[in-house]
Design a protein around this ligand. Structure first.
Ligand SMILES: Cc1cc2nc3c(=O)[nH]c(=O)nc-3n(C[C@H](O)[C@H](O)[C@H](O)COP(=O)(O)OP(=O)(O)OC[C@H]3O[C@@H](n4cnc5c(N)ncnc54)[C@H](O)[C@@H]3O)c2cc1C
Length: 435
């Protein structure tokens, strides 16, 4: 948790708050007391990798660090239970000796399991759901100190709502996750001319377990990446300590990327050349690794991000419109647009609720004003019934959420029942649920 001079800040530095109190309960009794008696709003961050002010509060920040590690594993159902503050980089080394692994992961492994479940964090793959979708059950501490077990059998409504609820219903203490047999993945990286990509995209998505592409908008090629299961030999998996350090490792490429991002705002004439340079240089070699080592990468250059989930069939048209507007308006950005796919799920506020999805993410270097790029993109995302990632920048309001989420009214009613005094609501969440 990043606390400097009594202030909490998120990963990008775009959200900063000064709470009255930081508390680090050692057990459930102390946690219940902290939630019941702490000054509101009570917020429970993971590692602060969200770009939205989900964790901002002038009340109480609860540090859940004591609630980590593997709590149980049932080999028959292949369900593993973790303390909610367990980092993703810890999970692979914990599961691998049991012969199992997570079904999917996103771009990085820095976050906590509570955080990624909290916002519906996802990777890529048309048959693969988000972290919220993989949850088999959880224990939830309510504002009044009561602890509920939630699963399809016990408190099924809270199970359906709570799997993507960004700490608005209560504090998740333990989370049970559906896992699968351990597996290796073979990664292929290649460049494809953008016009050719549109002809092949559906096939590439359907024929690979994971497929994604990055498009620097002033270049005419896509940087493509596919991953598929393999029996080919892979290096022995590394220790948790190695995985912890690996995600913060900074290579020469990252230094060059950051340096160019520092100068680009003052050198717009260099945009096209920079995007061509990045497109050629960012395609890594092919390799085979165990899933938890190959799915996440290190992201050491700070940025802010907006990502929307759009209906799968509208994905290509949406990203083309975005790139064409970036070029027409000559918007200055040093980052690529990321395109992924996610399977439909049944989690009430999941961006993938009952919808096969393409996700489109735009980024800006952390020192660059996000307004021109993000405002333009959001108006396009709105026009295609896009649903924002809860942890990434958006400006959507309660009335709009009621339109794009069929279960939004039921979620609000349940939330008000579980937390009648609004103990967990900061001003950002009030805008979403009450504004
Ligand atoms: C470099 C980078 C790469 C990223 N890559 C991806 C990606 O590939 N795919 C993707 O979908 N997203 C991605 N994200 C977004 C990120 O995964 C989400 O914002 C995620 O929620 C962050 O997890 P965290 O542990 O940092 O949680 P935080 O950001 O600290 O918190 C997120 C929410 O979860 C809640 N929460 C956390 N723990 C608990 C708990 N125990 N009980 C109740 N509520 C809790 C918090 O209250 C908050 O509302 C990325 C972000 C960054 C900065």
């Amino acid at each position: 948790m990043k606390i400097v001079g009594g202030k909490w800040s998120n990963w990008s530095g775009g959200v900063v708050c000064k709470p009255k109190a930081f508390v680090a309960p050692k057990d459930e009794v102390e946690l219940a007391a902290a939630v019941r008696t702490g000054a509101g709003p009570v917020r429970v961050p993971g590692t602060g990798h969200s770009f939205t002010p989900l964790n901002a509060t002038d009340g109480t920040i609860v540090d859940l660090a004591a609630f980590d590690g593997l709590k149980g594993f049932d080999p028959h159902t292949q369900v593993a239970t973790f303390g909610a503050a367990t980092h993703l980089w810890e999970i692979g080394p914990l599961l691998h000796p049991l012969g199992v692994g997570l079904k999917n992961m996103g771009d990085i492994d820095r976050q906590t399991i509570g955080g990624v479940v909290g916002t519906g964090t996802h990777g890529t793959g048309p048959t693969l759901g988000s972290f919220s979708d993989a949850v088999a059950g959880f224990r939830l501490l309510l504002a009044n100190g009561e602890i509920l077990h939630c699963s399809p059998e016990e408190n099924p409504e809270i199970y359906a709502a709570g799997r993507c609820s960004f700490g608005s219903l209560g504090v998740m203490i333990e989370i049970a996750v559906k896992v699968r047999d351990a597996y290796k993945l073979s990664e292929k990286n290649f460049l494809m001319p953008i016009d050719e990509l549109w002809e092949k995209l559906d096939d590439l998505v359907a024929s690979n377990r994971h497929f994604e592409f990055f498009w620097f908008p002033y270049a005419d090629v896509a940087i493509c990446k596919s991953l598929n299961e393999t029996d080919a030999p892979a290096p022995e998996p590394r220790s948790a300590e190695y995985m912890r350090a690996r995600g913060e490792k900074r290579g020469a490429d990252a230094n060059l990327f950051e340096w160019i991002n520092e100068i680009l705002p003052y050198a717009p004439f260099f945009l096209r050349r920079a995007h061509r340079l990045f497109s050629g240089g960012m395609s890594a070699g092919d390799r085979v690794r165990w899933s938890h080592e190959i799915l996440p990468s290190a992201r050491t250059t700070r940025f802010n991000e907006m990502e929307y989930a759009v209906p799968y069939e509208k994905g290509p048209e949406t990203i083309r419109r975005i790139v064409s507007e970036i070029r027409r308006r000559k918007i200055n950005t040093g980052f690529p647009i990321e395109y992924r796919t996610v399977a439909a799920d049944d989690v009430w506020l999941s961006p993938f609720y009952q919808r096969k999805t393409a996700t489109i993410a735009v980024h800006q270097y952390h020192r660059v004003n996000t307004g021109p790029l993000f405002d333009m993109c959001e108006s396009i995302f709105r026009s295609v019934e896009g649903r924002p990632h809860w942890g990434k920048r958006h400006t959507r309001t309660r009335a709009e959420f009621a339109e794009i989420y069929p279960k939004f009214g039921e979620f609000r009613a349940l939330r008000a029942k579980l937390d009648p005094e609004g103990k967990f609501l900061n001003s950002h969440l009030r805008t979403i649920f009450e504004g």
